[in-house]
Every structure is written in structure tokens, then in C-alpha cells.
Design a protein around this ligand. Sequence first.
Ligand SMILES: Nc1ncnc2c1ncn2[C@@H]1O[C@H](COP(=O)(O)OP(=O)(O)OP(=O)(O)O)[C@@H](O)[C@H]1O
Length: 234
Amino acid sequence: MTNFISVKNETKRYGTGSHAVTANKNISFEIEPGELTIILGASGAGKSTLLNVLGGMDHLTSGSVNVNGVELGELDKRGLNTYRRKQVGFVFQFYNLVQNLTTVENVELAAEIAPDAIDAVQALTQVGLKDRIENFPAQLSGGEQQRVAIARAMAKNPDLLLADEPTGALDYKTGKKILQLFQDFVRETGKNVIIVTHNLMIRPMADHVIEIADGQVKADKRNKKPTPVAEIEW
Ligand SMILES: Nc1ncnc2c1ncn2[C@@H]1O[C@H](COP(=O)(O)OP(=O)(O)OP(=O)(O)O)[C@@H](O)[C@H]1O
């Protein structure tokens, strides 16, 4: 099978000289189409850096990162913008919704910049928020706001959905529902989701688990039989 993502000796350094920090060092792995991947690691391990490089939010320093045929290291700022716009959806720990736009407007705003976007109301229906489309973010619970953020990412109909600690601000039960949405998305669309987390306990839900320590890949394993989120306890 052709790999959807191929990372070879990816290195990301911030700053120069004695102040330089090497956040990713010679990272290599491959991700197949339709995989739900979890990137695990302690605080400061370099997970967010890796996610930002994969999502085209940051330039790699050296090595190669190929996503669905696009060689990210060869793109300039403008090329990365286009890549991000067309191919990537993001979900962050603190939702990052626009406070003075309604739920449906938040989703429409993201969908507008994507060429194959799906309808905003349809995306919100998929995450169980059809009744809340005219509400503002401040009128929703944390879990509901994260659902809006997921609908916003899904509405772009991206090849790659990236989530950085998506359950970090949520209680256990709500977090589980959010993770279920990602697992459903992968199963239903055959697209790729990458979740960055330090929560080791959610490892069984993934098709693919990559552990990062001190900026390097420490382990790279696939689960033959991923566990449905509903059956995972932590
Ligand atoms: N923009 C930046 N400028 C300088 N150093 C940075 C920058 N971003 C990250 N770093 C450094 O790179 C290293 C890896 O950070 P990163 O945020 O990728 O780790 P992480 O595994 O996501 O951690 P956490 O779980 O705490 O978010 C850290 O030492 C961090 O201080």
C-alpha cells in the first residue's frame, strides 16, 4: 500500500547558536491511508512541534515530510498556506472558536476556504449539535464547544485531521465522546486522524501508536484490533 504520510529524518530546530532548541531529531515513520494515529509523549517531548510540521503550520529544518504526495519541505509560505487550507483540519485543546460568531458561522468560516467542503449544518448534525447552530460559543459547554471545533475541522472535508490534546480541557465522560467522534470519522470516511496526547490510556483505540521522547521516535507500533472507545477505561 502507498503510504499516506512518509516522514524521513525530520528535524526541527528553533532559534540559532547557543539558544537553539532541537525539538524534533531525525524523526521517521510512515502512516497508511485510513489510520487513526496517536502520537504519545511527555510534556516537552516534541509532539506539538511534529504536529505543526505535519499540518504545515511550521517549516521543518531538515529531512523530508511527504503528505499524500506533497513534499512539505519544498513549499514556501504560500504553498504551505494552500496545503493547510485544502488538506488539513485542526482541533486544539482550547477549541479556538470565534466568540462573536454563532456555531454555524464558525463552521461556515472554515468551510469557505476549502474546495471540497461539506455543508456546515450537516457537519454540526454529525457531531450531535443540530439544535445549537444559532448559539454562540459562550452559551455552550466545553464538550459542546469542542464538538463545534471538530465539526469545523470535518466540514473542510480534509484528507488529514490533526488534534492536539483534544480532550485536555474536558472531563472524562465528555472526553470519551470526543474521542469516539474521531474514531467514527476515520471508520466512516477512510481518512486520516492524528491525535497528540500524553494520555497513555487511550493507546488501545488507535490503529497506530507513535511514541516520542526527547524529540525522537521511541516506539512505533500498530494495533491489529483497535478497541472501540466505549470499551476503554482510564
Ligand atoms: N516556537 C518555539 N520556539 C522555541 N522553542 C520551542 C518552540 N516551540 C517549542 N519549543 C521547544 O521545543 C521543545 C518541544 O516542544 P513541544 O511543544 O513540541 O512539546 P510537546 O511534546 O508538545 O509538549 P506539551 O505536551 O507540553 O505540549 C520544548 O523544549 C519547547 O520548549
